[in-house]
Design a binder for this molecule. Structure first.
Ligand SMILES: Cc1cc2nc3c(=O)[nH]c(=O)nc-3n(C[C@H](O)[C@H](O)[C@H](O)COP(=O)(O)OP(=O)(O)OC[C@H]3O[C@@H](n4cnc5c(N)ncnc54)[C@H](O)[C@@H]3O)c2cc1C
Length: 347
């Protein structure tokens, strides 16, 4: 028996990948939401539109097709590989923790966004909103509320919104301002409804969910995947593509027990803010080389491409995904032509 705790993207994909690798063990999934796995990114980007998307509708698999048993319960802890949920013990030979994260909540009375129920609450807000936290979700929410006609204040204590991007994020701030969003460093006196978007806290059950590159924790036959896991190789959890790729690896590890370390995963984040399609691939470390129109910023280290951020340049996004680590000079990085072309011409 394999027990998967958590029925979000990582839990679903682990079960689907196990089946596609020929796993014929019984699979049990335990989740607390009691609904079929759904997609979280639309909750902030399409809050006032098509926000409720089951993952099965996007071809990512149907939990009921790949699991022998689906249980709605709160997982409380592990005893070896057995799982305790709602005080009941579920015997298990292999356990996969795919418990995701909860929204960080530090401001009394503020709403947060992580689940479909949270989104339903946010949709009912009337009047002005103040969103605290100018990271991806905060900016996406600011964009959705402003487009829906709300007065929006976005509070970010760092110098820029999307602080990890530094000045590369300035065009995103401009686009939000064009939508009418007021960007400030402190909560206004009359904030309206306050929404906190200051990050997420991984659900670890109090365990150390540091894993190797295959999702193996230090506990025998216990794996961790997605936002709850902290892979020592590749990015920590927190992003959709990471959860997707980690699930593939965990399934491979369960089926074949590989002994090598896999190739590190490259961080890969997508977002839609103020109708712009954004992609951040790799590591934005140091000063970026940004095109004059702000549509592409590249980060280099020792004439190697280590990260890139694009705004409405999907082809450059594809080139970035394939070429992190490739040779690129600062002069070439400042060339506004498509990245694929520039990289092809690099000696
Ligand atoms: C609003 C929003 C927008 C996002 N937008 C983007 C984006 O644009 N790009 C991007 O790359 N990423 C985005 N993300 C992140 C992305 O959705 C996550 O990285 C992804 O959902 C991770 O999947 P997961 O399965 O690890 O976690 P989750 O999807 O959170 O699933 C975990 C599941 O486990 C359940 N669970 C937790 N604890 C227990 C317990 N004790 N017992 C039982 N069940 C439990 C949870 O209820 C949940 O159903 C966004 C996230 C949010 C919330």
């Amino acid at each position: 028996m394999i027990t998967i705790c958590g029925t979000g993207l990582a839990g679903l994909r682990t079960a689907v990948e196990l089946r596609s690798l020929g796993c014929d063990e019984a699979i049990r999934a335990i989740g607390r939401e009691g609904v079929a796995p759904y997609d979280r990114p639309p909750l902030s980007k399409n809050l006032f539109g098509d926000y409720d998307r089951p993952l099965s509708a996007d071809g990512l698999g149907d939990l009921a097709d790949v699991c022998d048993e689906i249980i709605t319960a709160e997982v409380e802890g592990l005893d070896g590989t057995s799982v305790i949920a709602n005080s009941i013990r579920y015997e298990s030979d292999i356990t996969v923790l795919a418990l995701g994260a909860d929204a960080r909540s530090t401001i009394d009375g503020a709403l947060t966004l992580r689940t479909r129920d949270d989104a339903e609450r946010l949709r009912r807000i009337d009047g002005p909103v103040t969103i605290v936290g100018g990271g991806w979700i905060g900016c996406e929410l600011a964009s959705s509320f402003a487009a829906a006609g709300h007065d929006v204040t976005l509070v970010e204590i760092a110098t820029h919104i999307l602080p990890a991007l530094g000045e590369a994020a300035l065009p995103v701030a401009d686009a939000l301002r064009e939508l009418g969003v007021l960007i400030t460093h402190s909560i206004p006196d009359s904030p309206g409804t306050v929404i906190e978007a200051t990050g997420a806290v991984p659900n670890t059950l109090g365990l150390d969910l540091t894993t190797d590159g295959w999702g193996r924790t230090t506990l025998p036959r216990v794996f961790a995947v997605g936002d709850c896991a902290s892979m020592t190789i590749g990015p920590a959890g927190g992003h959709w593509n990471t959860a997707l790729h980690q699930a593939t690896r965990v399934a491979q590890a369960i089926m074949t027990d590989p002994q090598d370390e896999p190739i590190p995963l490259t961080p890969d984040v997508f977002s839609t803010i103020a109708r712009r399609e954004l992609l951040l691939i790799g590591h934005p470390v140091g000063m970026p080389i940004t095109l004059p129109d702000g549509s592409r910023s590249l980060w280099l280290k020792d004439d190697r491409l280590v990260g890139g951020f694009t705004i409405d340049r999907p082809a450059d996004g594809v080139a970035l995904r394939r070429n992190i680590g490739a040779r690129l000079t600062a002069e070439a990085a400042a060339d506004p032509r498509p990245l694929k072309k520039i990289l092809r011409e690099m000696p």
